[in-house]
Design a protein around this ligand. Sequence first.
Ligand SMILES: Nc1ncnc2c1ncn2[C@@H]1O[C@H](COP(=O)(O)OP(=O)(O)OP(=O)(O)O)[C@@H](O)[C@H]1O
Length: 629
Amino acid sequence: MTTDQETVPAPEAMSFRAEVQQVLHILAHSLYTDREVFLRELISNASDAINRLQFEMLTNQDVLNPEAELAIWIEVDKEAKTITVRDTGTGLTRQEMIDHLGTIAQSSARAFVQQAKEQKANASEIIGQFGVGFYSVFMVADKVTVVSRSFQPDAEAAVWESTGGNSFTVGVAEHAERGTSITLHLKDDAAEFANDWKLEQIIKRHSDFVSFPIYMGERQVNQQKALWRRAPREVEAEQYKSLYQQMTMDYDEPLHKLHLSTDVPIDLHSILFVPAKRERGLIERRIEGKIKLYSRKVLIQEDAKDLLPSYFRFIEGVVDSEDLPLNVSREGVQSNVGANTQSPVQQRIRKTLTGRMHRELNELADKEPEKFAAFWKEFGVFIKEGVATDYEQREELLKLLRFNSTTSGDDLITLADYKGRMIEGQKEIYYVMGGSLEAARTSPHLDPFTARGIEVLLFGDLMDGFMLSGLREFEGLKLRNVDETDLELPGDVDAPEPRLNDAEFSTLAEQLAATLGEHIKEIRASKVLRDNPARLVSDDDGPGREMQRIQQMLGRETLNLPRILELNPAHPLIVSLARRAAADPNDPILQAAAEQLYDNALLLEGLHQNPATMVPRILRLLEAAARTE
Ligand SMILES: Nc1ncnc2c1ncn2[C@@H]1O[C@H](COP(=O)(O)OP(=O)(O)OP(=O)(O)O)[C@@H](O)[C@H]1O
């Protein structure tokens, strides 16, 4: 059927998905504080769209209105109680409107609803974090109209409209210019936002550094000039904080910042932030930062991975260099393959930033030890990972390492501190591995070290084992595990007087060995134990053992490699057990004690797969100890 007249098809009604409806309901009816963030969200979407357009135009000039100024305009109609945010970005086609303005990731929606219900956070925090940005308009508007025309020259303009209930409409629109125009029809209780002065304040608060002009009328209201292109002395602490928060949506202040702005030998302007916490965001628990990469005012990469070594991936910030060629393709810059495939300029940037970051962290340690301690607590694990994985930066990384030790109390020490405190004749650095720091502290392996006053580094987490694969030596001193059997310790101490003769010891050893079977290689009398009755030692060395240990701690390998069980012939427990063995080789206490001694050793080292299995045996031993007849 044909008609003479051209008809504009009626807008088509569509339903929001269930999770969007839920989110909209909360936004419209439950969030009353901080509603001003809706403007930040709209401006940030507009700025993203302009960024994308600018990037597109690097390689494609065939766009609608190529000459149009790249900017954002905000208009207020006090009478009609509307606000319009317009941009000359990529625009949206009809289909893109349906795809992007009608859906929301299910997981985000669920987390958002949960969070809002629990009232754990205020609106501005949760909105930024769950990718519900655009929908935040429904906090202040009861009707929203989006008119847009895509940059693709043959695309038609389209209109999207919703009153925030369960549905929206999409239809054909008249809109000659490229870009998007979003009109908010304000609710009665949000009429206060139809006010130029108020909106200007909001823009200054949240969107001052957006890199495109924001106009109200003829006037540009944002500062725009990128902070990182200014001299550090001109930038105030508040401005850094605000830039960080705008970039990351992290509501904590950053722990530290590094601002570097030079023109020679390369043009490099950068602000890098160390966040306050490793895990940021409420639900997402993001631990990786993003480095935005700009060249000649164009954002060429949202998340540049190669500008810092991978162990610095918690750092957030921005890097801007005029020396990066603009015609570089997105893939070219993005190459995730590592530093080798980078252009010489990129390599230089990476080297400069990495060097400066290390210098900065060392200075922080010198000048603000408390802040550095906070850094270490949150990010020490990344530095340890760096030691294991980044050979090139190892020397620098070693300076940042901090350790607990047997003599440092609550303080943390460096490898250099340790070296300075070694006793006369000591030629090695000693460490003890435990299932936790506390377990490491009580390790029986420490007996001979404590007796000689030798300091031992305490390792209590998984990453420590991993780090050791890259930390075999420090300034010519080898690192040695205290459980190795061939250690030659400096200094003389009197060996404790054995209270068992050889025959008595062998009888006991035979009985215990019969019980423990394949779990151990052999049982022998210890020459070093003093306060503890037993320990497990290894007669093989090498990095393989630490890796094996990591596998075991991760529960990937359930079998403990057989080791040597050393008993202390001067310890009252061992002496009593020997007496029992002599009196009755089948004494059930002997068997239980053997198993428990073995399990204790595994437990302290964090290698026990299932400590609960010890409970019935401990009960039997308690029963025997408590017996009165
Ligand atoms: N002004 C605009 N121009 C072009 N596309 C837009 C504009 N505003 C929104 N969009 C599109 O709609 C999508 C949804 O926006 P929304 O703010 O809900 O989420 P987001 O921007 O992807 O995530 P977040 O809000 O967490 O940054 C955007 O990703 C973009 O594709």
